[in-house]
Design a protein around this ligand. Sequence first.
Ligand SMILES: Cc1cc2nc3c(=O)[nH]c(=O)nc-3n(C[C@H](O)[C@H](O)[C@H](O)COP(=O)(O)OP(=O)(O)OC[C@H]3O[C@@H](n4cnc5c(N)ncnc54)[C@H](O)[C@@H]3O)c2cc1C
Length: 478
Amino acid sequence: MPQDRSKRRGLPPRVLACLYAGLVALPMLVALLSEPGHWQGAMRLATACGIAAAVMVLAQMVTSGRFEAISGRIGIDVTMAFHKWAAPLALLLALMHVLAFIGLPDPDRPGRLARRIDFVLSGPGLWDARIALGLLALLVALALLRDRLPMRYQLWRAGHALGALGLVAALLWHVLSDGPRGMGTALLWVGLALAVCLPAVSVYARRLVRRGAAPWTIAENRHVAERLWLLRLAPPQGAALAFEPGQFAWLAFGAKRLPLHDHPFSIASAPGEDGLRFLIQEAGDFTDGIGALPAGTAVSMDAPHGSFVPRGAGPLILVAGGVGIAPILSILSHLARSGSQRQVRFVYAARSAEAMVPPELYQPACAALGVTPMLVSDRAEDVSELGLLRGPMSAALLEKAMEGLEPSACEVMICGPGVMMTLVADSALEMGVPLSRIDYERFSYGAGPSSVKDRLRLTGFAALLGSVLGLVLLYWLA
Ligand SMILES: Cc1cc2nc3c(=O)[nH]c(=O)nc-3n(C[C@H](O)[C@H](O)[C@H](O)COP(=O)(O)OP(=O)(O)OC[C@H]3O[C@@H](n4cnc5c(N)ncnc54)[C@H](O)[C@@H]3O)c2cc1C
């Protein structure tokens, strides 16, 4: 089936993986060339672990989901999942770096082990290393425990960003003062640190510079379903946003318009429509107050982001659950406006009829495309009184949605609660839809049941992180 790859942004996953491994290998190679055969085995291991940990920490700065070159194709959820998996491994390598430096007890040199431990803990000149290791351990621990911390997400995120910058500074100091010597080595590390920090800092700097410019504003804020608000944003005079259907924006409202206050929301309108629409569900500290934002409120926007965009030409199955209807509305509306000839099926599941957006938001596009929406409710009365299908979403409902279609020609796009996305993705795969044409972007980075596609991605992460350990081993034995 023809696939439209022309608009795809971001680097392909294999290129990203090669770049990552190459980044780890480069300083190892430079260290090997600049001080060949200098160290004993344990010190070689310490150096290799230290280099790998340092590069991995630096790379974390650009796997935060803001950079299209990295997440534009693989998606923000995959990027963030990698960010989460790489951090503990970087910490493990940093600890191995310290342990290998201390070394094993040597019967020929009594007292050496105690002297080394004492040097690591309180020796002069290693304060930078202690700060770096302490910060890395703290950042990893706070990230792993985030959902259980009595702390607002925003505060945690601000602390995470500032802690990361402090970590890079301490790490760079340690590498330059205690690592392999030489001008080439120093230039390489400074270059690497700048290459990852400048883009991260520029996200903030750009917004500070743009603060004076006319912002987007809320033109309408309307309650459309249970705990669900429809926001229509008007652009500043003469401006418009070019995006693809299904993409999302980082938004910050009112006086709090710095990136630290950004939240990601899918664009619910189609490219080319007047202004932008968003559907926002009350889900926590910030979104609980979304309904109180008056028309005229200024909005900062970092967009477009995301790769949840239809790419195929065959039958398209759109499955939305709850607020996951937002990007699906954008896609439906885009297909209708562009006069698409694709066969489209549309399933919309919610807890109850009250939690569903009004038909006026999807019915015109469905009518234009000749689509009969399959509306699914978890509540029994909605089935008997309103004639909706009985939820929750199931493999049988997906089969019903795909009736008469050849699964191997279909593209399935899913957006909704994690459990639903896993169920629909795995069911579609079992029915014969190719894995590459099953697409979803998770709203929450938190753990949930993983799908076959998630597990394949995890295997990819494991292979890449395993290759980093392989490089450490190679350096040690070289
Ligand atoms: C790509 C993407 C698209 C999304 N689209 C929509 C949408 O169209 N409509 C909608 O209602 N929701 C959407 N969300 C979810 C939405 O971003 C969160 O519900 C919202 O940020 C919660 O913020 P809060 O302060 O109210 O809740 P909190 O209680 O602060 O957070 C609840 C949880 O939401 C997540 N979260 C909070 N802030 C952020 C943040 N800045 N970045 C990432 N995750 C965060 C965290 O997992 C957190 O534990 C989307 C999320 C992603 C990743």
